[in-house]
Ligand binder design. Structure first.
Ligand code: DGL
Length: 264
């Protein structure tokens, strides 16, 4: 039994790392669409065809379930993928609902970080409309962050400066929670922690996604627990350098789910 994870790049590894923690006895196939990353600044039509092509490549290799470990790809293509394939498919959306619920008692606002494309989709509007009765959710696109991440730019000073400039217009005292609505962003949790006021909490959808994966495998009657936690990597460009980068990135986040040290 093989569980596939799909993302535009190394972001989905933050979700895979969570799966390796919670479901350590499965086998995994991780695909990054390196020829087309980043998705978040491209057109919906282009991204849709990149996703359909990438997932088809994974299906050829062989998967029994699929996690679309990308908020952007989920908002563009999850329905179409579910129509095409009969195996279970889990998508991701920014964790706005749990953030609003958990933040309720603080009386403060929620700030959602995601890619421009995710924030432009009707799926995102519908989500916010559904869960944000009090009108406390604000959204901030961070398109450069995916590019920094793909370049493995984890230098604390550089990235602190970047986040400070992005957040300069916000009065952070008004906020109680930040939603990391793109799977590339959790790499920066440690660095964000350095610059955010201590009362602000961060949330991503990774743990919830793996819980749903586990429940769905059960519901489909897919036998689990017979793997060894092996991970095979593939990428659309078949670039050996990128395959190495994926291994390095997974090792960097595997323990804590975010980068704890600078890489040069
Ligand atoms: N990691 C992706 C997400 O969760 C997409 C990033 C991108 O390619 O722009 O949205």
């Amino acid at each position: 039994m093989t569980i596939g994870f799909f993302d535009s790049g190394i972001g989905g590894l933050t979700v895979l790392a969570e799966s390796l923690r919670r479901l350590p006895t499965e086998n995994y196939l991780f695909m990054a669409d390196t020829l087309h990353v980043p998705y978040g600044t491209k057109s919906k039509d282009d991204v849709r065809s990149f996703i359909l092509e990438g997932v088809e490549q994974m299906v050829h290799v062989g998967i029994d379930a699929l996690v679309i470990a990308c908020n952007t790809a989920t908002s563009i293509a999850i329905n179409e993928l579910r129509e095409r394939y009969s195996f279970p498919i889990i998508g991701m959306e920014p964790a706005v609902k749990p953030a609003v619920e958990m933040n309720h008692a603080t009386g403060k606002r929620v700030l959602v970080f995601a890619t421009p494309l995710t924030l432009q989709q009707p799926k995102y509007y519908a989500l916010v409309h559904r869960v944000d009765e009090g009108g406390i959710v604000d959204s901030l696109p961070l398109p450069e962050l995916v590019e920094y991440c793909e370049a493995m730019q984890f230098d604390r000073e550089t990235m602190r400066d970047y986040f400070r400039s992005q957040l300069a217009a916000y009065n952070l005292d008004d906020y109680g929670m930040i939603v990391l609505g793109c799977t590339h962003y959790p790499y920066y949790k440690g660095i964000l922690h350095d610059i955010l006021p201590p009362h602000i909490e961060m949330i991503d959808g990774n743990a919830g996604t793996i819980k749903r994966l586990s429940a769905l495998l059960n519901r489909y009657g897919i036998p689990t627990g017979s793997g060894s936690g092996s991970v095979r990597f593939m990428c659309s460009g078949n670039d050996p350098v990128y395959l190495d980068k994926m291994e390095t990135a997974l090792a960097l986040i595997r323990e804590d789910g975010y980068v704890t040290q600078s890489v040069v």
